[in-house]
Write a protein that binds this ligand. Structure first.
Ligand SMILES: Cc1cc2nc3c(=O)[nH]c(=O)nc-3n(C[C@H](O)[C@H](O)[C@H](O)COP(=O)(O)OP(=O)(O)OC[C@H]3O[C@@H](n4cnc5c(N)ncnc54)[C@H](O)[C@@H]3O)c2cc1C
Length: 302
């Protein structure tokens, strides 16, 4: 089944390529697994380019990430991408994981350094026998097989990074090691993304830098998440959610409106690929994709 674009006032004539990808996290229990699989089923007809499955801090979800990725391969025709970090593991351990993905038919890895074992904000120290950083990990994965490799990018710089130039240097190192796509940390002001993109292109980096979109399902959680990730939360966003702590229905409508505004502006300004942090929930993401013009082929044909 193919997703196809319906012309809209946001889509220039002759423009017929829009790519989306969806990020999920591995479920902890049966209840969460049910929610995840319902979400995958709902989003599947939109024919994402890939769906990625995160790797818990410090490798804590190693088996669950693997099991989720394998189930996606076995039960759907989606292309899974497995996240992998180099925290708290030797090169041999990481290499074994990469080999097991290769044997299972996984062809795409999202390669990350990961947060320090003590949590974001602590000083990062590579494992003595492990990969030193994300660029080193990318090189290791490339040696293990012909994987497609995506990496992270930070429009507002990573909190560990002394400045944006150091951050862009790290992205360049990851690209030189073999990364073919960058996915950004989420952001709420699109100008931050475009300013960052200018710097990335000026550094001679020409891989796609796909904006990561976080539909704000829960403002308090998103704000905490943003603080840890070094992403800014604009005052206007806080104001939009102000007073809605006990009103989930209105919150959801506001969340859809905020995300719609953001993606339509990105689309208007030439962005054609979007990565959605789904938080394992389909409804907002499905609505935003619909707004972008994505339709399941079945509906198109009807
Ligand atoms: C799209 C995306 C997906 C993610 N998925 C996951 C996941 O599945 N699991 C998970 O645990 N985390 C995930 N993260 C979070 C990520 O692991 C953390 O942000 C982590 O702190 C950095 O890893 P990285 O590969 O992004 O860093 P890198 O790109 O390696 O580094 C980010 C920046 O920090 C600076 N830096 C790195 N190391 C040092 C150092 N030792 N000293 C000083 N500066 C340094 C560099 O300048 C670099 O610019 C994800 C992030 C993004 C954007």
């Amino acid at each position: 089944m193919q997703a196809s674009l319906r012309p809209s006032r946001f889509m220039p004539a002759g423009h017929n390529r829009l790519g989306v990808s969806f990020e999920f996290f591995p479920p902890k229990d049966e209840g969460m697994a049910k929610i995840l699989w319902e979400s995958i089923e709902r989003l599947k007809p939109l024919a994402p380019e890939f769906v990625s499955v995160t790797y818990g801090a410090g490798g804590s979800t190693r088996e669950r990430t693997h099991a989720t990725v394998k189930r996606i391969l076995a039960e759907t025709d989606l292309t899974p991408a497995a996240h992998l970090t180099c925290v708290a593991a030797t090169r041999e351990e990481i290499d074994a994981i990469v080999r097991s993905y290769k044997a299972a038919g996984v062809r795409h890895i999202v390669a990350l350094r990961g947060d320090p074992v003590g949590g974001a904000g602590e000083k990062y120290a590579p494992h003595p026998g492990g990969y030193q950083n994300a660029a080193d990990l990318v090189a290791g994965i490339k040696r293990a097989g012909d994987f497609e490799i995506s990496v992270s990018a930070y429009p507002e710089k990573h909190p560990d990074s002394p400045n944006v130039d150091a951050d862009v240097d790290m992205l360049k190192a990851k690209v030189d090691a073999g990364a073919g796509r960058a996915i950004t940390q989420f952001f709420f002001e699109n100008d931050l993304y475009f300013r960052y993109l200018d710097r990335v292109r000026a550094r001679g980096i020409d891989i796609p830098v796909v904006p990561g979109i976080l539909p704000v399902q829960n403002f308090t959680a998103a704000k905490n998440f943003a603080t840890r990730a070094g992403a800014s939360v604009p005052v206007w966003l806080a104001e939009r959610f102000h007073g809605l702590d006990h009103d989930p229905a209105t919150r959801k409508l506001i969340a859809a409106a905020v995300a719609a505004e953001q993606v339509i502006d990105l689309l208007d300004r030439g962005v054609t690929n979007f990565h959605f942090y789904t938080m394992n929930r389909a409804d907002l993401v499905y609505a935003i994709c619909h707004l972008l013009g994505l339709r399941p082929a079945v509906e198109q044909a009807a």
